[in-house]
Design a protein around this ligand. Structure first.
Ligand code: GDP
Length: 297
C-alpha cells in the first residue's frame, strides 16, 4: 500500500518528541528536518514540502505550544491539521446538476485507469443512489477501449452508447447526450481518448467535447505510480481545460504516494476519489482528514 514508508518515518520523527520530558525549539527543528526529508523521499513536490514545514514550524515553536502541559500532543495535532490542509481540508463531493443528467467527463493519459474508473463510479452511484447512468464511448482511437467499456457496461448492467470508431468523438457525444435525455438517465459518463503524452490534438478534441457537453464535472484520472509526472499532467490538464476534480488511481500499488499528497496544493483542484485496486469495488471517496490520520498513524 502507498505511504507505508512515509508513515513509518513520520511516526518515528514524532515519537522522538514523545520520549522527551520538556521540548525545546531545537527538538521541534530536528523533528521538522526529519519530516521534511521523509516527505521529499516520498516524492512530495518541493514547494508543497516547503510550505508545509514552514506552517508547522511557525505554529509549533511558540511558547503557547512548548510551555503547555502536553506539547507533544499539540505538535502532533498541528502536523495532522496542516497535512489535512495540504490534502484539501474538506471532502469534495461530486458536482451534481440541478436537473438530470449530471454529466461527468473523464480525461487522462492512456493507462491511467480512466475507463476502469468510469466502471467503478457507475457501480458506486448505482449502489449508493440507485442511479441510472449511461456511458458514452468516446475513445475512437482504440477499439479496445470501446470494447472494454462495453464489457464493463454488461457486467454492471449499465447501457453504453457507442458509434464504433468511424465518427468524431464530438458527434458521438452529441448523439449520446440525446439518447440520455430521451431515456432520462440521471448520470452520463463520457469516456474520452487518452494519449501516451499530452498533445495539442488531444487537448483540442477534449475542448470541443467540453464546449458541447458543458459537463458538471471534468474528472482527471492520474496514476499515483507515475510520481511527479502525475502532478505535471494534472497541472497541464487543469490549465487547458479547467478540471473540476482529480481521481488518483493505483494507490494500492507500491507507490511512494507523494503525487497524491501534492496534487491539491499544486493545482488547487480537489482529489475526489482514489482507486485502490483493479476490481470495480476498489474505489474510495477521498477524505483529507482521514488520509492524514492514516498517514500519521
Ligand atoms: P485508461 O487507458 O486510462 O482507460 O486505463 P484503464 O482503465 O484501461 O486501466 C489501465 C490498467 O490499470 C488496467 O490494467 C487496470 O486494471 C489498471 N488499474 C486501473 N485502476 C487501478 C487501481 O486503482 N489499482 C490498480 N492496481 N490497477 C488499476
Amino acid at each position: 500500500m502507498a505511504f507505508e514508508n512515509l508513515s513509518e518515518r513520520l511516526q518515528a520523527a514524532m515519537s522522538k518528541l514523545r520520549r522527551k520530558g520538556t521540548i525545546k525549539e531545537a527538538d521541534v527543528k530536528e523533528m521538522m528536518r526529519e519530516i521534511r526529508l521523509a516527505l521529499l523521499e516520498a516524492d512530495v513536490n518541493l514547494q508543497v514540502v516547503r510550505q508545509f514545514t514552514k506552517r508547522v514550524s511557525e505554529r509549533a515553536v511558540g511558547a503557547e505550544v512548548l510551555e503547555t502541559l502536553n506539547p507533544t500532543q499539540q505538535i502532533v495535532k498541528i502536523v495532522d491539521e496542516e497535512l489535512t490542509k495540504v490534502l484539501g481540508s474538506e471532502t469534495a463531493e461530486l458536482n451534481k446538476s440541478p436537473k438530470i443528467p449530471t454529466i461527468i467527463m473523464m480525461v487522462g493519459l492512456q493507462g491511467a485507469g480512466k475507463t476502469t474508473f468510469v466502471g467503478k463510479l457507475a457501480n458506486y452511484l448505482k449502489k449508493n443512489e440507485k442511479a441510472r447512468p449511461l456511458m458514452i464511448a468516446g475513445d475512437v482511437y482504440r477499439p479496445a477501449a470501446i470494447d472494454q467499456l462495453k464489457v464493463l457496461g454488461h457486467q454492471l448492467d449499465v447501457p453504453v452508447f457507442d458509434m464504433g470508431t468511424d465518427h468524431s468523438p464530438v458527434e458521438i457525444v452529441r448523439q449520446g447526450l440525446a439518447v440520455a435525455k430521451e431515456n432520462r438517465n440521471d448520470y452520463v459518463f463520457i469516456d474520452t481518448a487518452g494519449r501516451l503524452h499530452i498533445d495539442e490534438t488531444l487537448m483540442n478534441e477534449l475542448k470541443e467535447i467540453q464546449e458541447l457537453a458543458q459537463p458538471d464535472e471534468i474528472l482527471l484520472t492520474v496514476d499515483a505510480m507515475t510520481g511527479q509526472d502525475a502532478v505535471t499532467v494534472a497541472e497541464s490538464f487543469n490549465e487547458q481545460l479547467g478540471i473540476t476534480g482529480v481521481v488518483v488511481t493505483k494507490l494500492d500499488g507500491d507507490t511512494r504516494g507523494g503525487a497524491a499528497l501534492s496534487i491539491r496544493a499544486v493545482t488547487g483542484k480537489p482529489i475526489k476519489f482514489t482507486g485502490t485496486g483493479e476490481k470495480l469495488t476498489d474505489i474510495e471517496v477521498f477524505h483529507p482528514d482521514r488520509m492524514s490520520s492514516r498517514i500519521l498513524g
